[in-house]
Design a protein around this ligand. Structure first.
Ligand code: ZN
Length: 356
């Protein structure tokens, strides 16, 4: 037989030989276009049929299609066999050999796990605040825009929103939903509940995880932990706030740690301040972690803006209060002199075991 398909059988045999040489699904996938796809010799033969008369072209086309079907079926069959063999090898590798255990050869140094440093630090901070008369409250990590921003005196398009690089869960109507950028929404929940139940005053701390689209560096993580405090009572002044901050930092970090408040801005407090403590890495001398200032910002605080009280239905003429918040990870970093906060999330057992 002559014509464009005179070597068809030999071409198919050659392709089947090539196919048999592939020993992994990955390798087979990579070469499939050469065997049965657009880069296959069969595809080239298809193009060469154009010069035949219609009847010859129909016969040749049918033969070519049969050849192609045969190669494709062979590729599929080989792929199934390779996949089955790979699965078998994986199972074999994963098999747990219990022979040693049955024989009593259990290692005599079983190592128990322990809470991570952040969880431990959170528990220690809670203890400090409970001893000061605060209650511990929790709230959801996924919040509506209202709780995370608007109820805190941060309406849409407020320039202060730029202070929080936000992860948005849902931009849909009727509500935008975010991963909370701070634990402050829990304050709103607490105040609403206190109004509903008639259970004012409030003296609470709210620990929990928060999220910001920060690029992690020595002092920042994208998922981090905060504890916030909220006091709503009659006759609360800034002196009460300053006293709580100082009592807490001394109880947690020790009496040799200095605290300073610096004027700052938060939309939900007025006046607002940042509080800083002596950098515990360099003891105030200046280092990379504190950007050579000797001070580390621990958190923010301030007197509750009357608009925040009004938004949840608390009469600002009768009640006043303050709020503060700071990073739990940052506390752990300072207390244990960890130069780079990213060590907290890298799961290096040599690092973690130092805090067992
Ligand atoms: Zn320092």
């Amino acid at each position: 037989m002559t014509g464009p398909l005179e070597n068809l059988d030999a071409v198919v045999e050659e392709l089947l030989d090539q196919l048999a040489a592939f020993t992994s699904v990955e390798e087979l996938d990579a070469h499939e276009p050469v065997l049965a796809g657009r880069r296959s010799p069969l595809a080239a033969l298809q193009k060469s049929l154009g010069g035949l008369d219609p009847e010859a072209r129909r016969d040749a086309g049918a033969r070519l299609q049969a050849a192609r079907t045969r190669v494709e079926a062979a590729v599929e069959g080989h792929r199934r066999r390779l996949a089955a063999a790979e699965r078998e090898r994986r199972l074999e590798a994963d098999r747990l050999d219990l022979g040693d255990v049955v024989a009593g050869a259990v290692p005599d140094t079983l190592r128990a796990g322990h809470p991570g440093l952040v969880a431990r630090t959170q528990a220690e901070l809670e203890d400090v605040f409970v001893a000061m008369g605060f209650r511990v409250a929790e709230g959801p990590e996924v919040e509506s825009d209202w709780y995370n921003f608007e109820a805190l005196n941060i309406p849409p398009a407020h320039p202060a929103r730029g202070m929080w690089d936000t992860f948005y869960v849902d931009l849909g109507e009727p509500e935008t939903v975010v991963l909370r950028t701070h634990t402050s929404p829990t304050q709103v929940h607490l105040m609403e509940a206190a109004v509903r139940d008639g259970s004012l005053p409030i003296h609470s701390v709210m620990p929990g995880r928060c999220y910001r689209r920060d690029t992690p560096d020595a002092r920042h993580l994208a998922a981090f932990h905060q504890v916030e405090g909220l006091v709503v009572d009659r006759g609360i002044t800034f002196a009460d706030l300053a006293g709580v901050i100082e009592t807490f930092t001394r109880a947690y970090f020790g009496t040799d740690v200095d605290t300073r408040l610096r004027p700052s801005y938060f939309p939900f407090t007025e006046p607002s301040a940042e509080f800083e403590i002596t950098c515990q890495i360099c003891r105030g001398a200046g280092c990379r972690t504190c950007s050579h200032t000797g001070w580390i910002e621990l958190g923010g605080c301030g007197m509750l803006d009357p608009a925040v009280l009004e938004a949840v239905g608390i009469d600002p003429d009768e009640w006043s209060g303050f709020a503060f918040g700071f990073g739990i990870d940052r506390c752990a970093q300072m207390r244990h002199e960890i130069a780079d906060m990213r060590a907290l999330t890298e799961n290096d057992a040599r690092f973690l075991e130092q805090f067992s």
